[in-house]
Ligand binder design. Structure first.
Ligand SMILES: Cc1ncc(COP(=O)(O)O)c(C=O)c1O
Length: 427
């Protein structure tokens, strides 16, 4: 594959920063990505040229009206929603989920059941536990197989009953990197008459996402995980969103999406999010022509964005493979996730590992001193780390390459780990 990594990296000003002559290596991407220059410019332009509230009829306000409409349209393209009205902006995924759980909770009754997963980030777990507590709803748990790091879908079939009202699962795990078959999960839930709430925070940065094809009722993601600003985004299927009572102030719009967008929005974030979607469209248009045919039925920008993600997925899979192979060759290191070479399409490049005799936090700190950035611990994936029996061992070290990382950066990390791990063990 002819991937012009240099052209991509040149777009991201943060990637060329060094500290005391040591280049920064960003493997902290599952916790938040760097942004292309277009995003920086769009945020700046919004703050300078369109710094007003919406609906005022004067120049700055008109401009911000365009940005708000443009951001809904851009995210509708990114997720292939059937209408920009199905896109709701908010502060972040967690806040959106806590907010929406209040409206969903009003629809549930004692004795109803919801299904939560042991693979999810706590932002797709505790909002629902709190909702279940408040409304007398029963929680059923979908485990994942700790050998394969995947769900066994027949287990979901056993949990689904005519009382199930909601199924909450992730598109991809923020810890193990496993990508779930959300289409199959949504199909099963729908057949049982349940809604689906997909936490796609870790899949949207890596996988072309088509909410219509997936058949979900809700899907949430965060722009700062896919090269944009700090902003959360919800897709809600119109027919379902319109059934919910929005918790809102009285003068706010009654219609979707405004009814669910509480208070003044982050307009500069929306401007940045449009630029993020346009960044993917640029990749799709200039590098991923061979992937466009599959998405011919979509609008031009949606086509390019989806083609870009398919294209980048291949490159990211090669990074993941290199990283996993390298980690597995280090003595005492265990990858906590899918490792089979022929299964790279079932995982994101997010790779968690543990190293015998080395605390994850200490390894991460040693790497930080060498300007290699990554996260350790439970990463809010409390259920996952508990299921893997790693909570009292300090969790994992999580390496999260994305499409702007290089083979050289992976090799540098592996080299450093080769030095660091024996030292940490000996200390
Ligand atoms: C899978 C997953 N879900 C939800 C969240 C929470 O996202 P936010 O920071 O937008 O609330 C994260 C953040 O790391 C995540 O990785």
């Amino acid at each position: 594959m002819q991937y012009d990594l240099d052209a991509v990296r040149r777009r991201f000003p943060a990637l060329s920063i060094s500290d005391s002559d040591t280049p920064r290596i960003y493997f902290d991407n599952p916790g938040g990505t760097q942004v292309p220059q277009g995003v920086v410019d769009a945020i700046r332009d919004c703050l300078v040229e369109a710094n007003a509230n919406i609906g005022g009829g004067f120049a700055t306000s008109n401009r911000v009206d365009e940005i708000v409409a443009g951001a809904h349209a851009a995210m509708a393209d990114m997720l292939n929603a059937s209408s920009p009205d199905e896109i709701v902006f908010g502060q972040n995924m967690t806040t959106i989920t806590l907010h929406l759980s209040r409206s969903i909770g009003r629809q549930l009754h004692p004795g109803d059941e919801i299904i939560l997963s042991r693979m999810d980030h706590d932002a797709n777990v505790n909002p629902w536990l709190l909702m279940a507590r408040d409304h007398g709803v029963t929680v059923r748990w979908l485990p994942f197989n700790t050998e394969t790091f995947e769900f066994d879908l027949p287990e979901l079939d056993e949990l689904l009953t005519d009382k199930t009202r909601l199924v909450c699962v992730c598109g991809a795990s923020n810890l193990t990197g496993t990508i779930n078959d959300t289409r199959a999960i949504c199909e099963r839930a729908r057949a049982a008459g349940a809604w689906t709430y997909i936490d796609a925070v870790q899949s949207v940065p890596h996988v072309a996402t088509d909410v219509q094809d997936m058949g979900c009722d809700f899907l949430v993601c965060s722009a700062y995980k896919f090269f944009g600003p700090h902003q959360g985004i919800l897709y809600g299927r119109r027919a379902v969103l319109e059934q919910l009572e929005p918790y809102k102030v009285r003068p706010a719009p009654e219609q979707i999406p405004g009814a669910f967008e509480t208070g003044t929005q982050n307009h500069e974030g929306m401007a940045g999010t449009i630029a993020t979607v346009d960044y993917f469209a640029w990749i799709g248009a200039t590098m991923a022509q061979q992937y466009q045919e599959k998405y011919e039925h979509m609008s031009r920008r949606a086509n390019h964005v989806h083609a870009a993600l398919d294209y980048l997925f291949e490159y990211e899979a090669s990074l993941a493979k290199r990283l996993i192979d390298g980690l597995q060759s280090l003595p005492g290191v265990k990858v906590q996730g899918i490792t089979a070479t022929d299964a790279m399409d079932r995982r994101a490049p997010t790779v968690a590992f543990t190293a015998e005799g080395a605390l994850p936090e200490v390894v991460a700190m040693e790497l930080a001193q060498r300007n290699i950035f990554l996260w350790s611990g439970h990463n809010y994936a409390v259920e996952v780390v508990n299921a893997l029996g790693l909570m009292d061992k300090g969790g994992v070290v999580r390496v999260g390459p994305v499409h702007y990382n290089s083979d050289d950066e992976i090799d540098r990390l592996l080299l450093e780990l080769d030095h660091i791990l024996p030292q940490v063990r000996a200390a």
